[in-house]
Design a protein around this ligand. Structure first.
Ligand SMILES: *Cc1c(COP(=O)(O)O)cnc(C)c1O
Length: 400
């Protein structure tokens, strides 16, 4: 069976060049980057090269990049780090209702410690209104945390406007850019962010490694205590091979032609339009224009998302009901609830996320299989049968 992977927002495949770049750092250049001998210096040099590569992708300085274990740690380190370092009465954080759990659960942990948090709501668009962020600000606000692109909807948030608000008021601004780095241009100065989280495995790099950008002069209290690694921002012997992989992935992303985003957007649009054309009663969740080129989230009336994902998987197509970390949970997605979907609509929603290795044939295959899967699931839905019968009745009475 030919398999089609349409779950790139959950994780991307490792690029073969990235694997090749990492290989020597497991087998030959295995030194500890803190050691002063040849082995150590080889590892250190590789790590510093990767820091340059990541910095270049973000238009930042190498000294502003700290390597971490991934997006979740970077989000935690940014949010805890700023709030813990804040003095006096500045104990208010502004975030949104559509953040990833790496941010939401972190600010919730802060709430238990007496920090107050305002969750800015979003409308059906899935895009935050900067005016709502402005209204939420208080004199004691220390941090704004707004994600760059939402992982479920793909919607891109107006960071530049929010960055300006933060700058005017001397408030730190953090963004979870895990879904955008490597997919759309990211420039930390243009966005006006002080802290930015990214993760290697969302840009064709290895799992378990990421980075936190920390603007020069920003003081963050480290999450963990240990050695003086990463300029005292993150202790522990560095994951050298992983970091080299992240660097290589960043370099490839930067060298990628801009047409690649257009190619993916065209494939995504064909999948979306083809589905809307072939299947009745489907709606696109969230704003369609301010969106990652790779992502579409569709609500199929009368289906149950989990059943759809399993039925598609049996036919070789991998998609998801939303965030991978929430899969298997009976709670409807907090993002889809936040944009106003009813629980049954949220549970009937499916995310398709494309990536570099998807082809036009993948979309053909999906469009061949998908309508029959939806029809099969609907045919066993009692609500669907009831509606179909009553629609027939009203057609009959109209004709009669
Ligand atoms: C995947 C993801 C994370 C978590 O990153 P990990 O490296 O898996 O910890 C955080 N935020 C967003 C938006 C994500 O998509």
């Amino acid at each position: 069976m030919k398999r089609v992977y349409l779950d790139n927002n959950a994780t991307t495949p490792l690029a073969p060049e990235v694997f090749e770049a990492m290989r020597p750092y497991w087998l030959e250049d295995y030194g500890n980057a803190s050691s002063i001998h040849w082995f150590g210096q080889r590892a250190k040099a590789a790590m510093e090269k990767a820091r340059e590569q990541v910095a270049r992708l973000l238009k930042a300085r190498a000294s502003e990049i700290a390597f971490t274990s991934g997006g979740t740690e970077s989000d935690n380190a940014a949010i805890f780090g700023i709030v813990e370092a804040a003095r006096g009465e500045r104990k208010h954080v502004v975030t949104t209702t559509i953040e990833h759990h790496a941010v939401l659960n972190t600010v919730q942990a802060l709430e238990k410690r007496g920090v107050s948090v305002t969750y800015v709501r979003v409308g059906a668009s899935g895009v935050v209104d900067p005016q709502d962020v402005e209204s939420a600000l208080r004199p004691e606000t220390v941090l704004i945390s707004v994600m760059h692109a939402n992982n479920e909807l793909g919607t891109i948030q107006p960071l530049e406007e929010i960055g300006r608000l933060a700058r005017e008021r001397d408030i730190y601004f953090h963004t979870d850019a895990v879904q955008t780095v490597g997919k759309v241009p990211v420039d930390v100065d243009k966005l006006g962010v002080d802290l930015l989280a990214l993760s290697a495995h969302k840009l064709y790099g290895p799992k378990g490694v990421g980075a936190l950008y920390v603007r020069r002069g920003t003081i963050v209290r480290p999450l963990m205590h240990g050695g003086h690694h990463e300029r005292d921002r993150r202790p522990g012997t560095e994951n050298v091979a992983g970091i080299v992989g992240l660097g290589a992935a960043a370099e490839i992303a930067l060298a990628h032609p801009p047409e690649e985003a257009d190619r993916l957007a065209a494939l995504r649009d064909r999948l979306e339009a083809g589905t809307l054309e072939r299947v009745p009663r489907v709606a696109v969740n969230g704003e369609r224009t301010r969106r990652l080129p790779t992502t579409t989230n569709l609500a199929f009336d009368y289906i149950e998302g989990e059943g759809f994902v399993i039925a598609m998987d049996l036919r070789g197509i991998a998609c998801s009901t939303g965030a991978a970390c929430s899969s298997g949970s009976l709670e409807p997605s907090h993002v889809l609830s936040a944009i106003g979907l009813k629980p049954e609509q949220a549970r009937a929603s499916i995310r398709f996320s494309l990536g570099r290795f998807n082809t036009s044939e993948d979309i053909d295959t999906t469009l061949e299989i998908l309508p029959a899967v939806v029809e099969q699931l609907r045919s066993v839905s009692p609500h669907y049968r009831k509606e179909a019968v009553s629609a027939q009745h009203s057609a009959v009475s109209k004709n009669g």
